[in-house]
Design a protein around this ligand. Structure first.
Ligand SMILES: [Fe+2]
Ligand SMILES: [Fe+2]
Length: 229
């Protein structure tokens, strides 16, 4: 019989595997795995999913390769790592391993996946929830280099042009632009959520981060405009 939750031994093995490999990229240390796990449990509860163990394993392991390869490849590389890990360190049946590995492989490219499985939907929604709210803002900031954290006059230029969402995309010279750009990207991820429970959980979080972006923009913009006009 499939157990409902992860047992302690499995938990410890996964924890060791995550700690060993994660943390080389900003916002993606071991705590991201734990937060994604908690969101996954919450979505499962609300979606009426009873046997959550495979969902939990996929949540913990989804980003294990981030920092070990290019960002674009981390799903693919991670899926190979997870496949090897689960086959050698656990006695999970083949079918269940395949379903977990599938989620890791496609989580960063879900709309290209051959099939949007329920597990893929839940884990990617959980992953997205960690980009929103207060944690999302913190992750935006932590993605910047220390020197980029100054509140610079570059914001004025952006104010004149207005469209900080599209303008100079990919041009990471202006620090504040980088932050707004990053926040905008995170906010837009809400639109790609796939489960009703995930969307419901994400609503206050996306509103919060939108408010922060709005306040940040207006407070800084008006202050600089007054002083330098
Ligand atoms: Fe990822
Ligand atoms: Fe993630």
């Amino acid at each position: 019989m499939i157990q409902k939750n992860m047992n302690n031994e499995l938990k410890r093995k996964i924890e060791r595997f995550c700690r060993k490999n994660m943390g080389r990229e900003s916002g993606h240390d071991y705590s991201h795995a734990l937060r994604t796990l908690e969101w996954t449990k919450e979505i499962c509860k609300r979606e009426g999913i009873k046997r959550t163990v495979d969902y939990e394993i996929a949540a913990m392991l989804h980003d294990v390769a981030l920092g070990l390869c290019t960002r674009a490849e981390h799903g693919e590389v991670g899926s190979r790592m997870v496949s090897k890990f689960l086959r050698s360190k656990t006695d999970l049946p083949e079918k269940r391993i395949e379903a977990i590995v599938y989620v890791v492989k496609w989580h960063n490219n879900k709309f290209r996946a051959p099939k949007l499985t329920k597990m893929l939907k839940v884990v990617t929604d959980a992953d997205t929830l960690d980009l929103l709210g207060a944690v999302g803002i913190w992750r935006s900031l932590s993605s910047l280099e220390a020197g980029q954290l100054n509140l610079s006059l570059d914001l004025l230029t952006l104010k004149k042009h207005g469209t900080y969402d599209e303008e100079n995309q990919g041009d990471r010279v202006s620090n504040t632009h980088s932050l707004l750009d990053q926040l905008t990207f995170q906010i837009s991820s809400y639109e790609t959520m796939l489960t009703e429970s995930g969307k419901l959980l994400g609503q206050p979080l996306v509103n919060f981060i939108k408010t922060f972006r709005y306040m940040f923009w207006n407070e800084l913009g008006s202050k600089y405009l007054k002083r330098y006009k």
